[in-house]
Design a protein around this ligand. Structure first.
Ligand code: SF4
Ligand code: SF4
Ligand code: SF4
Length: 275
């Protein structure tokens, strides 16, 4: 690959984030947005560059840069609840700030473009779960994905109740909910990973955010496709996939198609460069 081409995609990606950074900085008159989106844009662009250089830990580096920034800086230091209950909270107060912007970009409209890239490259829950030993599932998927609708409804009912009963000091409750929610997510995620021998069990069965992510990512512009001319049906891509996606099927109905986190493990391991 020519040197110029190696830099083209990361630079374009950085400029897209910079455009969002400057637009939000000027329209919201808040310098934070300039810093926030510049940092995330830099992290994503660095990851793309490292991927193009075939550096094997590129995804993990982006995940750690973005995930820890959101968890530690935005969540714990700035006290912004970026979990799903934070989204409901800002939505009910009618404020297009913090969690509502984050959800709109990363989890509701963004997936129409980049699918579940959030889950592969930025989520701070998966950032920890991906350190666990079960990188590829050893058992078929269980039929308990319905649990996600219960956790989704529970988050909505929790925040609705705070407003309905006019509970005071909701900001403080939201911060506490962020801490308790994260501890619960990590605890359940780690227990499930060991119980099911699958690092991503939490993502597959429990995570409430997937109620947004799955339908929106079905029509993602960026999705991995299989060149049928090159594919020899060796099945290696299926065996290595952490999310049980049948990536050899190019149709919108591909098995677990809305679960792809764009980790690129199938692409890296295909012996025929068919993906
Ligand atoms: S499914 Fe949920 S926990 Fe898993 S990576 Fe996506 S947002 Fe994070
Ligand atoms: S790993 Fe490549 S060649 Fe093998 S089944 Fe998957 S796409 Fe086809
Ligand atoms: S291995 Fe391929 S199909 Fe599976 S989640 Fe990663 S990118 Fe998607």
């Amino acid at each position: 690959m020519k040197r110029g081409k190696q830099y083209f995609l990361p630079i374009i990606m950085f400029l897209i984030f910079e455009a969002a950074a400057v637009t939000l900085w000027l329209t919201k008159n808040n310098l934070f947005y300039l810093f926030n989106f510049s940092y995330i844009g830099f992290s994503v662009s660095l990851g793309i560059f490292l991927m193009m250089k075939k550096y094997r830990h590129a995804r993990r580096i982006v995940q750690l840069l973005v995930g820890s920034y959101m968890l530690v800086y935005l969540g714990l230091i700035q006290k912004e609840n970026m979990q799903i209950e934070g989204f409901w909270y800002y939505l009910f107060t009618g404020v297009f700030e913090a969690a509502t912007i984050h959800y709109a970009v990363a989890k509701i409209f963004g997936p129409l473009l980049f699918g579940r890239g959030w889950c592969g490259y930025a989520c701070w829950t998966a950032m920890v779960l991906d350190f666990l030993p079960y990188k590829t599932p050893s058992h078929p998927r269980r039929k308990i994905g319905w649990i996600r609708y219960i956790t989704f409804a529970a988050s909505l009912i929790f925040v609705s109740a705070l407003f309905l009963f006019k509970v005071g000091n909701i900001e403080r409750i939201m911060f506490r909910a962020f801490i308790i929610g994260n501890i619960a997510y990590y605890a359940v995620g780690i227990i499930l990973a060991f119980a099911f021998k699958d690092n991503r069990a939490f993502c597959k069965y429990i995570c409430p955010v997937t109620v947004f992510l799955k339908p929106m990512s079905r029509f993602a512009l960026f999705r991995i496709k299989c060149d049928k001319e090159k594919c020899v049906s060796c099945g290696k891509c299926s065996r290595i996939c952490p999310m049980d996606v049948d990536v050899t099927d190019n149709s919108l109905k591909r098995k677990n198609g809305t679960e792809c986190i764009l980790c690129m493990e199938c692409v890296k391991n295909c012996p025929k460069n068919a993906l």
